[in-house]
Write a protein that binds this ligand. Structure first.
Ligand code: FES
Length: 107
């Protein structure tokens, strides 16, 4: 979904990340890279995703999201995060300033 299409989506449909949106903003690791890594390497624990370009090893904002993606993989579900990249980045910015995840729901 393009950013334009995303912004035009009905409010009833939560915004979601596109495959090329970054999950790990510190190391610019996209959802697609993580999904490909997980499909290829089949990590048994979420922390192994750090082997994908260092995802999760910077500010650690993305760690709960990486865990969520890993669980989706284990459950055989498509990898997606129900948050727009703009909201995700905004929450991370707040997290870096305050250390508060602000209820950074990953569900
Ligand atoms: S956003 Fe992934 S470690 Fe900072």
């Amino acid at each position: 979904m393009t950013n334009a299409a995303r912004s035009e989506a009905p409010a009833a449909y939560p915004a979601a990340m596109d495959p090329d949106d970054h999950v790990c903003l510190c190391f610019h690791v996209s959802l697609r890279k993580i999904a490909n890594f997980v499909a290829r390497e089949k990590p048994t624990v979420a922390s192994q995703i750090s082997e994908c370009l260092g995802a999760g090893t910077g500010c650690q904002w993305c760690v709960p999201f990486l865990k969520k993606l890993h669980q989706l993989h284990l459950d055989g579900k498509p990898m997606d995060l129900p948050v727009s990249p703009e909201e995700y980045a905004s929450r991370r910015s707040r997290y870096r300033k305050t250390g508060d995840r602000d209820g950074a729901a990953t569900e």
